[in-house]
Design a protein around this ligand. Structure first.
Ligand code: FMN
Length: 194
């Protein structure tokens, strides 16, 4: 698959087969793709955590404990439902690569540039995974940004998880066509000196 075909045909996959995680070699191929992302000043502002199989369970428990602090009554039916939903978040695919931004405030890197570089690294993972025939999705949000999760991964104040990338064999038909406005509606061409 060439780059253009990969970009056009990649779609987020939300449902994965509950089977063996992808091989270490394949994970390493994804990480190698990630670190080739462009980054200004070559700060290499990324950190990766690979969770596979039962290695996802501690994160699930940490998220469950965090969810308990968010509900009025953890023992109520609705409280339990919310906690279980939270605990299932890291379990939707057999492999997760958590990608964190590690921005050195004392170094040359600019926060927004380092942030963008990590996003580019994540896109590399998504495209590489797609090219290898895997399904993948980028997820994010408070569950990955909360203090207990940061602390579980020993992340400091200058660090944050920008994406949980779930990877595995798709157990759904992906949407064949991407829902996008035509680029013409988002583009201004300037071709003359005025
Ligand atoms: C920064 C970022 C965060 C995302 N977080 C989530 C998420 O938490 N849950 C989710 O279902 N999809 C998430 N997505 C995936 C988008 O929903 C998805 O890319 C979008 O629906 C377009 O679909 P496509 O990837 O198939 O083109 C995220 C994407 C990005 C770039």
């Amino acid at each position: 698959m060439d780059v253009s075909e990969a970009i056009q045909s990649r779609r987020s996959i939300k449902i994965f087969k509950d089977i063996e995680p992808i091989s270490k070699n394949d994970v390493e191929q994804l990480l190698q793709a990630a670190i080739m992302a462009p980054n200004h000043h070559r700060t290499e502002p990324w950190k990766f955590f690979v969770l596979q199989g039962d290695g996802r369970l501690p994160l699930s428990r940490v998220m469950g404990e965090w969810a308990k602090t968010l509900v009025d009554d953890p023992n109520s039916e609705s409280g339990q439902k919310r906690i279980n939903k939270m605990m299932n978040k890291p379990l939707i695919a057999p492999t997760i690569i958590l990608v964190a931004l590690s921005h050195d405030e004392t170094g040359k890197g600019i926060y927004s540039e380092d942030h963008s570089a990590v996003a580019a690294a994540i896109q590399n993972i998504l495209l590489e995974a797609h090219g290898m025939g895997y399904g993948a999705i980028w997820k994010s949000g408070p569950a990955y940004e909360c203090e207990p999760v940061k602390s579980y991964f020993n992340l400091g104040d200058h660090e944050e998880i920008l994406g949980a990338i779930f990877i595995g064999e798709a157990d759904m038909k992906k949407e064949p066509v991407a829902k996008r406005q035509p680029f013409t509606e988002k583009t201004v061409w300037i071709t003359e000196d005025n």
